[in-house]
Write a new protein. Structure first.
Ligand code: BV8
Length: 244
């Protein structure tokens, strides 16, 4: 029996399925993967430097513009067949799927997986870099290229509502993801290099607790060793074949 059929059968009988997605999940929707995102204008910068509070404080305008460009790409993108396959699976098998994403886009939610656990936040939301002390709260002033919005009252800057390198993940999200990985029968890891922690530890956690682990990725990843089966293919082609 080939790898795809093996994973299909495991999914059919599973009572608990945990899926972890990474940037590769959205690649076929036209959103560059995190490391590919450093093409063109951004090829001179290290993504981990831009996606950090130090990087933002060092040059707020540059980082703000990087996120503004990425946000525009997310708004132009549409969920792909992989996103839709996951949403259809969740609808067909209520209560079986826990979807965990490292992605900061909203494509899983737009495809219908509205209860997706978001480990690294939401690129379409902002928050204050420091607490805004204005009472009543004032709306931020308008964003302009090269200048993050500020509170007109106390002057604090807005920042993207994502988790930067060196920042703790939202505790509730991480605990829920770890619980799902510990309890599942099957863990499916889709489109991630497995380079970023603690998300990268979820596959190993599932494995040590007896889950069947499958990876969907056209290339090698840092967590391939945790997999019982590695399916060398893309999210938008493999997931519909696996989950339909
Ligand atoms: C933290 C939001 C506590 C921002 C992101 C343990 C060991 C080593 C290091 C650490 C550790 N614990 C913590 C660290 C430090 C750090 C870390 O992991 N560093 C790495 C680089 C070594 N982690 C943290 O800082 C985390 N915080 O642990 O807090 C703490 C606090 C202080 C000090 C220490 C610890 C916070 C991490 C969150 C960072 N924020 N995103 C933004 O987006 O701007 S991470 C960001 O990069 C993404 O969200 C994503 O998670 C990650 C990129 O990974 P992937 O999703 O895998 O994407 P990538 O491009 O790498 O790969 C794409 C894959 O898709 C490839 O494999 C490719 O082959 C595949 N692919 C391509 N096309 C397709 C495809 N697959 C399927 N279909 C296709 N079509």
């Amino acid at each position: 029996m080939d790898g795809l059929e093996t994973v299909r059968r495991r999914l059919e009988t599973a009572q608990g399925v945990c899926v972890l997605t990474g940037a590769g999940m959205s690649a076929e929707s036209g959103i560059p993967t995190f490391r590919d995102a450093m093409t063109g204008l951004w090829s001179r910068f290290d993504p981990a430097e831009l996606a950090s509070e130090d990087g933002f404080r060092a040059d707020p305008g540059r980082v703000w513009d990087w996120y503004a460009e990425r946000r525009d790409g997310v708004r132009r993108a549409e969920p792909n067949a992989g996103h839709h396959a996951l949403a259809a699976f969740a609808a067909r098998r209520p209560g079986v799927l826990t979807l965990v994403t490292q992605n900061v886009d909203d494509l899983h939610q737009r495809a219908g997986n509205v209860d997706t656990i978001r480990l690294h936040g939401d690129i379409l939301r902002d928050r204050w870099l420091e607490p805004c002390r204005c009472r009543p709260a004032l709306p931020p002033d308008a964003a302009t290229p090269g200048r993050p919005p500020r509170c007109p009252g106390c002057g604090v800057m807005a920042r993207p509502g994502v988790v930067w390198f060196g920042e703790f993940l939202p505790e509730g999200a991480l605990v829920a993801a770890q619980q799902a990985a510990s309890a599942c029968d099957v863990m499916l890891v889709v489109g991630t290099s497995g380079a970023v922690w603690p998300a990268a530890g979820l596959a190993g956690r599932a494995k040590t607790r007896g889950a069947f682990v499958a990876i969907v990725n056209p290339h090698d990843s840092e967590i391939d060793a945790e997999a019982d089966v590695v399916l060398r293919g893309t999210a938008a082609t493999v997931l519909p074949a696996l989950l339909s």
